[in-house]
Design a protein around this ligand. Structure first.
Ligand code: FAD
Length: 396
């Protein structure tokens, strides 16, 4: 066989996973451990950069241990136990003994997950470009002429998913998508900033963040794309507030879309499943996406194994598992509609300032100690009452 013929050969696998972020690597390692032959395809060679705050919640820690057997290695993570909640620079809540949040660089973190999937027996195709996607067969054609076929295909290829586009015509709804801008600042630029900060007034339907890492500090602003047509202006203002000595034009910020809670109720069709950002699984309030990418990836990998074993549609097996994640997304979306309503937003800083338990609840959500389901209707009613009280004219 000459090299031209070798290129035209179809490589057959049980499962094809497109994209090796947290979702794809989780799907691949889960399916390989269940005995499937798995191809993991990415356009990038690892390690590769990924724009992200790199905040690793307690939920993510649990999933990375359960799925990858990855502990909190000190060289990959920096713990942060000091937290402040601000509103346009004004401190409205703080906790100097907060539940630990871990900070990581996605370049190193994703490379570790990718390596663990590969060590589990997954066949890696990277870096490689996919030129066409067959969602019926299913199969992928690579730019070097090779064809990959599988019994199941998982699209874990991020917010602008090519698999989602092949299935549904577009990867996301422009009216619902979120957008974030970030810069990685040298620690010398912000020497005192060892506290994790979330500023709920830095952007509409979103927030600003300062996340301290080992060698740098990540500063960013993100929120609804439609609600913040000039996100760059929000970014500049937030940067100036924290580092007035840095001219905003001097830093090179980068931007990326994130599906801020705009999850797909049916993420896939037949033998094609979407996981992680491709399925829209980002918390609409906290912006947490890594945990949900891993968990949905694990569910998709399990669903592929079950579907092949039982000869049934993979989507059926996947939907049976996704309920918990979808309930969390739906609950967060309902709360978001309430707290981002303009009338509530106006009173937000004062109400949160007067009620430290609200900062604690936010922090426990952010750190993954509680779910939205745990907040329960009692807490939500109490919160609503506090806002109504704050809105009443003084003296009543
Ligand atoms: C500015 C910003 C800040 C964020 N901060 C946080 C945070 O602090 N904490 C948190 O939990 N979440 C955060 N998120 C969300 C988080 O980054 C995502 O939810 C998470 O990365 C989703 O993982 P994934 O595996 O689905 O997709 P990704 O991590 O995007 O991985 C997709 C992979 O697919 C590959 N790929 C894409 N297209 C193709 C193609 N056509 N062919 C081959 N390969 C392809 C890419 O190279 C990549 O490796 C943030 C997002 C943004 C934009």
């Amino acid at each position: 066989m000459n090299s031209e013929q070798a290129r035209c050969v179809t490589h057959r696998f049980d499962l094809l996973v497109l994209g090796s972020g947290p979702a794809g690597s989780a799907a691949a390692i889960t399916a390989a451990r269940a005995g499937l032959s798995v191809a993991l395809i990415d356009k990038a060679a690892f390690p590769r950069d990924k724009l992200c705050g790199g905040l690793i919640t307690g939920r993510t820690v649990r999933y990375m241990d359960g799925i990858f057997g990855l502990p909190v290695l000190p060289h990959l993570f920096r713990p942060s136990t000091r937290f402040r909640l601000t509103y346009q620079g004004r401190v409205i809540g703080r906790d100097d003994d907060a539940p630990a949040l871990q900070m990581t660089m996605r370049r190193d973190f994703d490379a570790e997950l990718h390596a663990r999937a590969q060590a589990a027996g997954v066949t890696v195709f990277a870096p490689v470009r996919v030129t066409s996607i067959d969602t019926e067969a299913p199969g992928l054609m690579l730019s070097d002429g090779r064809t990959l076929s599988g019994r199941v295909l998982i699209g874990a290829d991020g917010a602008n998913s090519a698999v989602a586009r092949a299935l549904f015509g577009r990867a996301y709804d422009p009216a619902e998508i979120g957008f974030g801008l970030e810069v990685e600042l040298d620690r010398a630029e912000m020497p005192d900033d060892d506290t994790t900060e979330v500023d709920l007034g830095a952007a509409l339907w979103g927030y600003g963040w300062v996340f301290p890492k080992h060698g740098s500090v990540t500063l960013g602003v993100g929120g609804g794309h439609a609600q913040n047509p000039d996100m760059k202006a929000h970014f500049r203002a937030y940067l100036t507030q924290h580092a007035p000595h840095i001219a905003p034009d001097r830093v090179k910020c980068k931007g990326a879309f994130l599906p801020f809670g705009a999850y797909r109720k049916t993420p896939g069709r037949g033998a094609v499943l979407l996981a992680g950002d491709a399925a829209g699984l980002v918390d609409p309030i906290t912006g947490e996406g890594i945990a949900w990418a891993m968990k949905s990836g694990e569910f998709a990998g399990q669903a592929a194994a079950e579907a092949i074993r039982q000869d049934r549609p993979a989507m059926e097996a996947y939907m049976a598992r996704l309920g918990y994640i979808h309930r969390e997304m739906a609950a967060a979306r309902r709360i978001r509609t309430l707290i981002y309503a303009p009338i509530i937003r106006r009173h937000f800083p004062r109400v949160v300032e007067r009620n430290p338990s609200m900062t604690r609840s936010y922090l426990r959500l952010l750190s993954g100690q509680i779910d939205y389901a745990d907040l329960g209707s009692r807490v939500l009613w109490r919160t609503a009452r506090r806002f109504v009280t704050a809105m009443l004219p003084r003296g009543r």
